[in-house]
Design a binder for this molecule. Sequence first.
Ligand code: B12
Ligand code: SF4
Ligand code: SF4
Length: 371
Amino acid sequence: MKMKDFKKKIIKKIHAIGFDVVGFTKPSVDEITKKKYLEFLNKNHHGEMRWLERHYEKKIDPKKMWNKVKTVVVIGHNYTPKDNPLKLNNFDNLANISVYAQNEDYHDVIKKKLDKLQCWLLNDKGVESKIFVDSSPVLEKYFAQKSNIGWQGKHTNIVSKKYGSWLFLSEIFLPIKIETKDILEDSCGSCNQCREICPTNALSNSYSIDARKCISYLTIEYKGPIPLSLRKKIGNKVYGCDDCLSICPWNKFASESDEKKYKSIGKNMDLEFYLKFDEQKFNLFFQNSPIKRIGWTRFLRNIIIASGNSNNKNLFGHIFKHFNNQSSIIRGICIWAIFQLVDEKIKNKLKKQILSFEKNKYVLYELKMAS
Ligand code: B12
Ligand code: SF4
Ligand code: SF4
């Protein structure tokens, strides 16, 4: 079969499986991108995501992932939400969960589709392949830009003229050369809305992020106590953040995703609802959700911070209940949250009470900072 026909067939198959966009590019990374990635690491902008250091060599050379690769096929899956997620920031008592975690885990949804594609390639076309989605050492946004799926916007994610900021990315590596046309377009122009809206100023430089300040990193990846200076800025967000994505003017061209497994199924409950959870309930409620990945302790930490930001004094008792948690991070954050909600008289009473039983240095530090 001629290569042009094969390319057409693979595009047709990718759409038939339910994906929205596809692009083709060479498995090489340019020198500027290698340099920018190193700069990002050297500035420690990856925080505690040490795996981004370990992945470096493989990310800048896809042949180290699979030495037979000759073409990278980049695939985009539309997850445009029905409503603008920015609206959710206005509800103080809501546990605000980012769009991508409103239903099933996109890794599972996409992996199943990629498996089908891989089987078809092997059984019908006799072509072996490798598939990747998110967690592998593949520079996904770079290849997406190079293959003309979109451009890497100032919020650092891929923006598409058709799907705005709402595309999940995945890749297939093929051992055959397919015609590609590398494009480096950028349609951000003088717009800076994503940088301006970021609550923590994580996008202080154009096209690059300091992940240590990003609410997505803090609520999903970071295990420790969230820095004091950023807690208020997190607002009601308990898992991820979509502010910079949601504000992007290119979203106006995007139409709602038709993937049922991405549609919101009411995970944005009141904070009180989740404060009443325990580990067992957490595991059951989020069994098919990406949220299960962060575990109960990290999720509870986030719920307690949002509760501290809620201005809702009625949550005091529900937060206080978690003082018996084994994790010092939970006990420490309980102090911070409660002290945001109660008056001086209760603060003094609580201080005495906590000092009578608490021995952990970090928790006592939180108490000192709060009083
Ligand atoms: C680590 C990671 C994170 C980290 C770091 C984010 C980041 N921007 O890198 C954290 C936890 C913060 C994060 C958050 C989110 N993530 Co994330 N994340 C990743 C992951 C696993 C690796 C990204 C990576 O390699 N970063 C390292 C840095 C060095 O890469 P970089 O941003 O591409 O940096 C380059 C540019 O900045 C460029 N550059 C720098 N300066 C300049 C200047 C100019 C002029 C130019 C042209 C370029 C340029 O050079 C750098 C080197 O290439 C990818 C999946 C993957 N395997 O790629 C998903 C991925 C990027 N994440 C994704 C998503 C959806 C999110 C969230 C929206 C989730 C949420 N709702 O909370 C947020 C968005 C936050 C944001 N504004 O980026 C999607 C993005 C899809 C898309 N359309 O682009 C991906 C691709 C996952 C997927 N398979 O769909 N994520
Ligand atoms: S995801 Fe939120 S915190 Fe992170 S860069 Fe975007 S707006 Fe800022
Ligand atoms: S909000 Fe503006 S600057 Fe940011 S990615 Fe979208 S177009 Fe680019």
